[in-house]
Design a protein. Sequence first.
Length: 221
Amino acid sequence: MAMYFSRTGRFNWMVGCLLVALVGCTTPTHQSQQVEPDSSSLTLTQPVAATKAAATVTEIRQPPVFIRPPNTSQEAPAQVGTPLAIGGRIRTGQKALAQVNLANGLAFRLSENSVLTLQPDQRLNLEAGDMITWVQPGKKIPTEIVTPIGVAGIRGTTVFVKIPTDLSEGILFFAWEGTVSVRLPGQTEEILLKTAEEVRIRPGDRDINQIRQRVRRLPRS
């Protein structure tokens, strides 16, 4: 599965503590072409602290990582311990890696050049990049990962989502463990992926049965 990342080390980092987390540890890329703000002139502003935190940045393997509080347009550099409120956005820069833990037991890791907004009702809006998401053992937290052309439903499981630089390649949904439901925006019919199964959804896809034909299972190796 190292094919998912051009840098094997980054992939290993994303999954390494995940494997630990699945046995009880709680703390362990269409890509965004944005100009990095000058971190020397930015600080985390009061709206972040004043808003009840739904999540916390628990690890930054490599900066830069930025947080944009809800109802603001300015980003600020994130640090371990930085809170993330509903409506807040996290963005990783080039070569950056970060983990966020939600207060409800959900957690996710972002690779470089990823953009994600935390939405109400356990909805994670992934706009760009790669992420791996999981639920702490023993908990069932219905969660949706919303992407530009597909929605993944987590059912007490672990899922990997990759938005490529060229969106025409299709967004990849991979069920790392357990069952993951995938559907098209505005539709209710689902594709159910079981452990080790993946599917790509491409722009313009409308026929759910045709998408089912593209589901493939990866060998354990």
